[in-house]
Write a protein that binds this ligand. Structure first.
Ligand code: ADP
Ligand code: ZN
Length: 441
């Protein structure tokens, strides 16, 4: 039924602003009503002196306190449930990037809603039933694998549930079964290019790849271009978090001017992370979400720590759902060197713009003679590594200069052999901070 249509859910994707907000208010009221049945929320509302029946407008949500990973970590997850445990059909957890992983429970309805939402995302990117969808994300507690798996099946594509890692096998699968779409962690997509080279396979020439869904970690426009160019495909940015079900909360449309947040499923607030006040349209802030359709374990005003800004105005694709920018990183990703605040993505932006750079980099922070030291280890391309020393020196000087301009300090740059930095199968670890360790010793 959907195959020739331009939109997966036109009845929701094309709603005008007023209709979206009316729907949001209705769903918010229903969510709050449900929450009132959960032991956690009963107490949460009482403590805040909040009457869930008193909500008259979307802005009223600001009368509720914010919650974050600590709220989830300090609470028995079953106490959030608004249904009986017998109605829960699945649990997932976060990846544990910033500490203890948090748990989310889903009803059959929740899984259905989430699958539809992700189907909407990849349909928007152009995935159709004739596609072969190689899902190269971890299956299991991590939401990346199963989240996209069900969505691609719902569209009717053939899914290859390849999971993460096993790089050579991944490439063999792509070749043998004519994979057209990959779902892959961006840092791993870069790494895989080295394995393609090793196997003597050119992804542009020797595969049928046409779409990549890149998600689960921050990445720059430069990284996206690199992947598009090397693989000969179109890459789409997919944002999500386990606390809001998983991938697909926001996704790029073909206009590539931001990621549409599905506002029929989520209420988005963008707040100043210090004052907690809503920021102006276009200003950077922390994303805060309230789930509007989750039955089992709704979360209200959840602080993501993810920093982004919204775009003003309508999108040429016809969808009225608000758009957010690429995520700059989590507020906890920021590190301070010699009094300067730095995000890993600022470094990535410079590195990936330089010609001759390989597929991986690492930032090492240390204390040398009681002073901060920042080192940037960068893999260079095979040609560069085996080429002229002068070229290597020129590359190093160029990166040093550009980095100084971007982050205002001069880190030590070390160009290293391709493949020499360790590669994770999951989210990349970009920064190793040895400074606290040194202080403790
Ligand atoms: P954890 O929070 O432990 O990493 P999750 O697996 O739930 O566990 O990951 C969600 C987080 O991953 C988001 O809050 C965000 O920081 C990051 N993330 C997911 N998708 C993207 C993306 N497309 N761009 C930037 N960051 C992303
Ligand atoms: Zn759009």
């Amino acid at each position: 039924m959907h195959q020739d249509a331009e939109y997966w859910n036109p009845e929701f994707e094309l709603l005008d602003r007023e209709a979206i907000e009316t729907l949001q208010l209705q769903r918010l009221k229903e969510t709050l009503e449900r929450c009132d049945r959960s032991p956690f929320y009963k107490e949460w509302f009482q403590k805040a002196g909040f009457d869930p029946a008193s909500i008259a407008s979307l802005a009223d949500i600001a009368r509720l306190p914010l919650m974050d990973k600590a709220t989830l970590r300090n609470t028995d997850p079953t106490s959030f449930l608004t249904v009986g445990m017998e109605d829960i059909v699945r649990m997932h957890s976060s990846s544990g990037t910033s500490g203890q992983a948090t748990v989310i429970f889903h009803t059959a309805g929740d899984i259905n809603t989430w699958s539809n939402m992700v189907a909407r995302c990849i349909y928007m990117a152009g995935v159709r039933r004739s596609d072969v969808f190689q899902n190269m994300m971890g299956y299991g507690l991590f939401t990346g694998g199963l989240g996209l798996h069900y969505a691609a099946e719902r569209i009717g594509a053939m899914v290859i549930p390849a999971g993460s890692g096993n790089s050579k096998r991944q490439i063999q699968l792509m070749m043998e079964f004519n994979t057209t779409v990959i779902h892959i962690i961006p840092s791993y997509a870069l790494y895989l290019l080295e394995v393609f080279k090793e196997m003597g396979v050119d992804p542009r020439r020797d595969t049928h790849l046409r779409i990549a869904v890149l998600g689960a970690e921050p990445h720059t426009e430069g990284l996206r271009s690199r992947v598009q160019e090397a693989y000969g495909l179109e890459a789409f940015n997919c944002y999500g978090l386990s606390e809001m079900s998983g991938p697909g909360v926001a996704f790029e449309c073909p206009e590539k001017k931001g990621l549409h947040v599905w506002e029929d499923y989520y209420l988005l607030e963008v707040v100043d992370p210090v004052t907690m006040q809503t920021v102006e349209e276009g200003e950077e802030g922390e994303l805060v979400f309230t789930s509007l359709c989750r039955e089992g374990m709704p979360l209200l005003r959840y602080r993501t720590r993810d920093l982004a800004s919204t775009y003003a105005g309508d999108c040429a694709c016809g969808r009225s759902h608000r758009r957010i920018s690429r995520i700059k990183g989590r507020s906890d990703d920021m590190f301070i060197v010699k009094g300067v605040n730095i995000f890993p993505m600022q470094v990535e932006k410079i590195l990936l713009a330089a010609l001759g750079i390989g597929s991986n980099y690492r930032i090492i922070l240390d204390t040398i003679e009681s002073k901060d030291e920042m080192r940037v280890l960068v893999e260079v391309s095979g040609e560069m590594w085996h080429g002229e020393v002068n070229e290597l020196n020129r590359l190093k000087a160029g990166i040093a200069e550009e980095l100084r301009r971007e982050i205002l300090i001069s880190p030590v740059i070390e160009l290293v052999e391709p493949g020499s930095l360790s590669q994770t199968e999951g989210k990349a670890v970009r920064v190793t901070d040895k400074r606290n360790q040194a202080r403790r010793d």
